[in-house]
Design a protein around this ligand. Structure first.
Ligand code: SIN
Ligand code: CO
Length: 383
């Protein structure tokens, strides 16, 4: 278990002072930090097809980048390269535990856990991200510089590397195992490994309003709501045919606005959008589907765990009506099990004691059976 230690600061004070506002170093944010995964295991993962990974190195002063899967690392030598693996939480339960320390931020904001292994001198170069990131230093040391979020010129140092021009540092530190660097979106930063090192970045996604709007338009089209025409049945004769009248403009705008104001439709879209997986899930469907009759007993004797990276959320007001969102779909269930479903969405692991009220409830058992059979949740021995 990784316990976040903010020293004298409360979590709310961190949010008030730094979240989305300015970067900060949290020394020993994790005490006695141990890498959840070994470097060679990470390198092995980056050889797999379904894993999103990137190698960055400098050759003759030129930045080079390549996307995995990789066959070997031997050509890279022992200096000036780094390997980045996205969505490690989808494939490593141990690494995913780091995310649990950041549960004071709602999970719908989370993107993924990224791991980075670097040889001495290794770096991905100076850049900005559209993410709030907590860079948790693992083994080894890295030198980090972070600049202010003013205007920074970006350029392609390589076709797959968007860098920023040299910047003045407002933070200039060496991080050691257990130190955490929080960087809000837009602040330029660069980390250079001082020896062989690992870091684990918990990234919180920042969608642009335009990307949400564009995805909403796609959602309406996919749901056959895209062909509705703008209407004007009360048209009056005009003498200026080149003019768009104020009334016409207001009517167009309000008809578009109505699409967003339809809360039922926009909420359904938002739930599906926020729970859509950004990185491939490692779904394992059980060989033999579970039977309803056995699941009640299994919930009494086993822990139930959510598949790594699976997104499951509910809205504060519609959960009581029996609606939640899992992996990009809306799921309706009996409203009497709303509190049980909240537990499934709030916690990645539930023990028999957590479910004592629910493991004998027919509606809950039916839902749990469906989720187990989809491979979205799985059973684990109680430790
Ligand atoms: C890295 O750890 O190599 C890059 C992390 C980041 O800059 O976001
Ligand atoms: Co970054």
């Amino acid at each position: 278990m990784y316990t976040l230690n903010l020293k004298q600061m409360t979590k709310q004070e961190f949010l008030d002072e730094y979240w989305q506002k300015k970067p900060v170093v949290i020394r020993q944010g994790f005490k006695n930090f141990i890498d959840p995964i070994a470097a060679d295991e990470l390198a092995g993962l980056a050889m797999e097809e379904q894993i999103e990974s990137r190698l960055v190195h400098k050759k003759d002063g030129q930045w080079q980048a390549a996307f995995g899967p990789f066959e070997s690392y031997e050509h890279l030598g022992t200096k000036n390269w780094s390997l980045v693996v996205q969505a490690l939480d989808n494939v490593s339960e141990e690494a995913a535990e780091i995310i649990e320390a950041f549960r004071f931020i709602p999970h719908w904001r989370l993107d993924d856990l990224m791991a980075s292994f670097a040889m001495p001198g290794g770096s991905v170069g100076p850049h900005r991200d559209n993410y709030d990131t907590f860079i948790c230093q693992g083994s080894g040391k890295r030198h980090w510089r972070v600049g202010d979020n003013g205007d920074h010129v970006e350029f392609a140092a390589h076709e797959a590397l968007l860098h920023v021009e040299a910047f003045e540092a407002i933070i200039d530190v060496k991080l050691e195992a257990g130190d955490i660097l929080y960087i809000p979106p837009g602040f330029p930063h660069e980390g250079i490994s001082l020896d062989t090192s690992m870091s684990f970045s918990v990234g919180f996604r920042g969608n642009s309003a335009v990307s949400v709007l564009s995805a909403f338009a796609d959602h309406l089209i996919d749901n056959d709501k895209g062909s509705q025409l703008l209407t004007d049945p009360n048209r009056q004769v005009v003498s200026h045919s080149g003019e768009v009248s104020n009334d016409d403009y207001t009517s167009i705008k309000s008809q578009v606005q109505n699409l967003l104001d339809d809360d039922e439709s926009f909420k359904k879209f938002t739930g599906q959008f926020l729970t859509s997986a950004k990185h491939d899930l490692d779904i394992l469907v059980p060989d033999e589907p579970f039977e309803l009759t056995e699941v009640s007993n299994l919930l009494n004797s086993h822990a139930i765990k959510r598949l790594g990276g699976l997104r499951a959320f509910y809205f504060e007001d519609t959960i009581e009506q029996g609606l939640c969102y899992i992996n990009g779909s809306e799921l309706a269930f009996s409203a009497v099990i709303a509190n049980g479903v909240k537990l499934l969405c709030d916690k990645v692991m539930l023990l028999p004691d957590d479910l004592s009220e629910w493991s004998r409830n027919a509606a809950f058992v039916e839902l749990a059976t469906e989720l187990l059979n989809q491979g979205y949740w799985y059973l684990a021995e109680v430790e």
